[in-house]
Ligand binder design. Structure first.
Ligand SMILES: [Fe+2]
Ligand SMILES: [Fe+2]
Length: 166
């Protein structure tokens, strides 16, 4: 990604990380197990569930809040209103989906999947992965390029530190 903004690079790296997780989730939900209900004793399934739990219970929320508190207001201040408005709506949709997904993930980690719980999990997982991936694509196309030159160097450095701290 070509930008001088260090915080844009940090957010881009986070997007890549979340995107990789969502693609893993999508791969499993789309049927890398064929018609079989996945076994939580399988290493790939166990690590996917652990990573999803961490992501949905905290990491994504940290990322969303940082964008809402530190990035969107800076864009709005220079008259860029539509992009933050749409992105904020997508955050709320993703939060809502995560809220329903977390109990499914936790139940699966404790008890494994039945045919029914797997079917429900798979539907939610596909919805979550699709919405998350399209959200990230929108930010990569419309938000990160707008950060070029938006923050003075010192402020840009401060934002990088603040992202790492919370
Ligand atoms: Fe976002
Ligand atoms: Fe983001």
């Amino acid at each position: 990604m070509e930008t001088d903004s260090q915080i844009a690079h940090v957010l881009h790296d986070e997007h890549k990380r979340i995107m990789t997780l969502m693609k893993r989730l999508e791969g499993i939900a789309r049927g890398s197990w064929g018609s079989t209900v996945p076994d939580i004793a399988d290493d790939d399934i166990a690590s996917l569930l652990t990573d999803l739990d961490t992501e949905l219970a905290g990491a994504s929320e940290h990322h969303f809040q940082f964008e809402e508190v530190k990035i969107f207001p800076a864009l709005i201040a220079v008259g860029d209103v539509t992009v933050p408005y749409l992105l904020r709506q997508e955050h709320d949709l993703l939060r809502n989906l995560s809220e329903f997904m977390i109990p499914s993930v936790e139940l699966a980690r404790r008890q494994g999947f039945t045919a029914d719980s797997w079917s429900e999990f798979r539907d939610l997982a596909l919805e979550l992965a699709e919405k998350h991936i399209s959200h990230i694509q929108r930010e990569e196309a419309a938000m990160l390029p707008a950060l070029q030159g938006l923050f003075a160097e010192q402020r840009d450095d401060e934002l990088v530190t603040q992202y790492a701290e919370a």
